[in-house]
Design a binder for this molecule. Sequence first.
Ligand code: DGL
Length: 275
Amino acid sequence: MGPIGVFDSGMGGLTVLRELHRRLPAEDLLYFGDTARVPYGTKGARTVREFALQDALFLRSRGVKMIVVACNTASAFAIDYLQEQLDVPVLGVIKPGVQAALEKTVGGNIGVIATRGTVSSNRYQELLIAEVGKDRVIAKECPLFVPLVEEGMTSGNVTDLVTADYLQSLKNNVDTLILGCTHYPLLKETIANFMGYDVKLVDSAEALAEAAASELGNKKESGNGEISFCLSDIPWKFREVGARFLGKPIDAVETVNLNELEREGILSIPRKEKA
Ligand code: DGL
């Protein structure tokens, strides 16, 4: 029972929330965006792991029955750790994204674009290389994509130039490209335009929603399809940018202070009992 909890470093995870809502329309969803500490993609493993644990424990304190790590960087650095610590299923975006890419690829040449943190973690590359071999995988960090999307610049001259610069080494060398960051699905059109429409783009959000549905199995469809939002800060353009990510307007948003909740002991209770 209880909602499915979804967290991200900020607003980008709303692309994942949208897919979950589409795939599991009767499930209640609780979204937490760590907008006070975004971005995660430029930070190191230890910091991201600490943030991710706090985010997950916050959701657990609100009674969620499953936690979806929408953020690729948090999935890359912290998924095993979270699965160890939490007493509910924790799903990340990386494995479902890799699985979807392997199903879509024709020639077995797969690219992955992501934040600096995700690329440096090697998580995508290791899983892909184990299946298709080292010479067939290209990973590329695209740090400017996140701020471009946040500013609403999903198309236009600047975005086209940045896209061409980042993706030059992948063009004509991959038949499938994983969009390994919450923000990149909003650049699908621009990326497809540059890469060529025959290159298959893998949106991890869709793959993850499918994985969540199968994890729930016969326990699914237990709510009224309500979506609630909690953020650690309300950014200036939250409603405007957030609605673009989610694909529909956002009404009520609650602000929470994780450090205060931790001091009150609320974020430490539901960790898994050690066997
Ligand atoms: N959510 C992050 C990801 O998917 C992108 C934004 C950030 O750097 O925090 O990797």
